[in-house]
Design a protein around this ligand. Sequence first.
Ligand code: FE2
Length: 413
Amino acid sequence: MSPVPVEFDPVHVAANAATDLHMYRDELASKDPMHSVLEANPEIYFVPPKRSSEWGQWEFKPGSYYDTTVGSKHLFWRDKDLPITTKDIRRLRADMLNWGYCKIDNALSAEQVAVIRQRVLEQAEGERLAGIAQRTPSGQNINCCVNKGRCFEKLIEQHPDAVQAGPLVEQIVLEALGPNWISNSLIASISLKGGVPQALHQDQDIALDSRSPLTLNVMTVITDIDETNGGTLVIPGSHRTLSDAVRAQEPVGKLPPAINMDARAGTIVITDGRLVHSTGINYTDIPRIVMLNGMQHPVIRQQENWMLSVSPKVLKRASPKLLQRMGYQATNAAQTNEGHGFGATGSVNEAAGLTVDFRLAADDGHYLRVGELSPNSTAEELNAPYTLREVVAKARAGGQSAPVGIGGTKANP
Ligand SMILES: [Fe+2]
């Protein structure tokens, strides 16, 4: 056997990999824009108080980002034309562009709100009783809601049965993210008395110089929110301030103060993923509930691992739209399964990219993956009922031609 060239020896590689020689060293090490935000805004915490039991004793600092109120009562903001709660798409667009969020009036009817509120409260209590409640510094979260009630399946779809403003919500998301966007997760966020504020942050943590958002949060307000019960803290307009600074490679500078979001139950607030925000403080005895439904460009990795976590029952009854939104539609660039999905755009009902049958086969213990094959393989190996074969056949029967690279092989006549 010929010797391995010395350039491939780990010791040789390490000896030639001093940090100051790295490609893209400055870009990857950059902490912007948050580094310069912290420098210019020392009153802004990016690390929340450690324990809720300490809250109010020494952690609270007057003038900090959470020591604030709603826009209409805030000395700095009350004369500014901040987002209004409206059904007018033109105003909603303008608020998204100017301030990084918009508020859709009565997006859920009172009945639609009541269904979700009851399900959230029951589920939260059930998870506490089961000893699996997911506590947060602010209270309690219910994760992977899709498995925990039909109303949540429809909420992810923005189905008019659950969200009367569904078509309007989806139009705003479409205009911001482009076609075939998917969902990041659906979480019920419950803020409780005694909880501490969340650190200010941007949800979008990649491409922070982007001119348009790559992620959004569709926040459904289930209990009225304001400065008394943990209304989300936001710095209006920060989506543009921060991305402009990163693009210009300049410090962010002094930011305006944060405000508490105020919105009535049934409002949907859509926030730009670049907007600086966090959970506020609930000073009341009533749980504050918002549903957090992130939406994002289809090639970004999702928060919830829907590929594993969604229950078979939900998957089997899921509409094409729900499947697509959870990521069960491959795109040419993401989530192809054994190659199925190459050439697909990720749109709803695109048989060439639908991957749910692989997951269902795995659940049943029947998923047969293509393994090592060669001219010496047996006829049994060559003609095995590979799941890929079945999925591709089904896609073709659905009127779609198989994607490039899958069709036309000898083993798939
Ligand atoms: Fe967030």
